[in-house]
Design a binder for this molecule. Sequence first.
Ligand SMILES: *Cc1c(COP(=O)(O)O)cnc(C)c1O
Length: 456
Amino acid sequence: MKYDVPYKIFLTEEELPKQWHNVRAVMKELPDPFINPATLQPCTADDLRPVFCDDLIAQELNTTDLYIDIPEEIRDFYRMYRPSPVVRAYNLEKALDTPAKIYYKFEGQNTSGSHKLNSAVAQVYYAKKQGLTHLTTETGAGQWGTALAMACAFYNVDLTVFMVKVSAEQKPHRRAVIQTYGGKVIASPSDTTEVGRKILAENPNTGGSLGCAISEAMELALKTDNCRYVLGSVLNHVLLHQTVIGLEAKTALDKYGVEPDIIIGCAGGGSNLGGLISPFMEGKILNQNDIEFIAVEPASCPSLTRGKYAYDFGDTGKTTPLMRMYTLGSGFIPSPNHAGGLRYHGMSPIVSKLYHDGYITARSVEQTKVFDAAIEFAKTEGTLPAPESSHAIKVAIDEALKCKETGEAKNILFGLTGTGYFDMSAYTAYHDGTMTDYIPTDEDLQKGFDSLPQID
Ligand SMILES: *Cc1c(COP(=O)(O)O)cnc(C)c1O
């Protein structure tokens, strides 16, 4: 067999991006500003300062600079595990017998096992630069907590991780990895915070949610000296850091003259998807390409496909600024039998706006189908995918099979955000046939919508 591009397109260290890409600088309409829930006025940097780091606030509010320099110290850390490869999925193509050409950008080649490290290292660097000594965060599936623990160990910053209780129980080894890097892990909701105690009093058997864990982490940050809360998705600066994924992918594909027709990403809070598509989206907005961008989310937590575009809190305790985004309501708690990550009630305001304005389409998929795709991928391409990433695999396979019917040789690029070694309880449920699909009814969703703030 003769290959037109290599199995793996590696970049050199010189090709590691020097700047992040800020797509807001070219968007025809910007996402709506954050709103301070106390004043109902747009948030200023001062409003955000008690909770977030200064440099990150500047990035959060920057809507004008298309490129933002990556400090050399951060690039030095990136060099330990980047650039990450773009892989041509020849074996999957063969198994599907499709004329489509499938590429994936693989972010699982670091110990944390996902793309989250790209933002973790940046956030800890800026925190350290500001003289902070302690950070708090939440983690659901555990990848973010692990990534942040790695970065905190490197910069010698203390870390407390509130881990969603069901995940802490399902993934004891995740906890051990976080502890190995020096992070302290607390299962959430916990009795260590006021908001945790309140949530437990109302709902003693809850398995927790990202929204609860965020509230607890924010409370501890506010009560602790020299401490801030950091978040692994959703926010504009997180998406900005993740654009190293898209920038590298574009450089790699450009080397071989490959122009993607379809780009697919899984969407939890939207950071990997936003980061992957950002430089390509610039071209779409400027009418230089006509790429189809597809966000894939679980049918059990369908914020884009069934949510409302509304101002909402980022957390269950209703303490964050209000963000206009696609949301199921901060009171939404996904069904506990949902195993595949991507459990957040809202969506990045940038991704939400691009979706609202028709630049991105979205699909929701059921988890047993996601695991069918994961297993097909593992068997053909060798890599054991994270359940989150497998949402993108599922739709990449669907699109490749469509090409088989139409005979089109489309170039499909998807984000393989991570590996699935810590998700074996979900794989086990799949193998045992105990995994079920849960699709919330309109009534279920209405309960979440009832928690939306009435601000207009
Ligand atoms: C966190 C995570 C996601 C989802 O987060 P986004 O912010 O939507 O990118 C997807 N895949 C993996 C492996 C993750 O760890």
